[in-house]
Design a protein. Structure first.
Length: 72
């Protein structure tokens, strides 16, 4: 499954790169991209594990920058 989400308050290219690199290291994430220009994140993971993986994604983003919000 591949889904895209808006990242509110993402305002730095360095943060976007850190988030993208960290998300791609999460077990269960097949691919993750973060676009600073559109403030959009795309996550690809198995359908059966997507909800659990997405929970880990949100935790990781909050750990890197607690001001960023993930919007469905």
């Amino acid at each position: 499954m591949k889904k895209s989400f808006k990242l509110e308050d993402l305002d730095c290219a360095d943060c976007a790169a850190k988030i993208e690199n960290a998300l791609n290291r999460i077990d269960g994430v097949d691919a993750a991209t973060v676009d600073i220009m559109t403030r959009k994140m795309t996550i690809e993971a198995a359908d059966t594990r997507f909800d659990a993986v997405f929970g880990e994604v949100k935790k990781m983003i909050h750990k890197i920058d607690p001001d960023i919000s993930v919007v469905a």
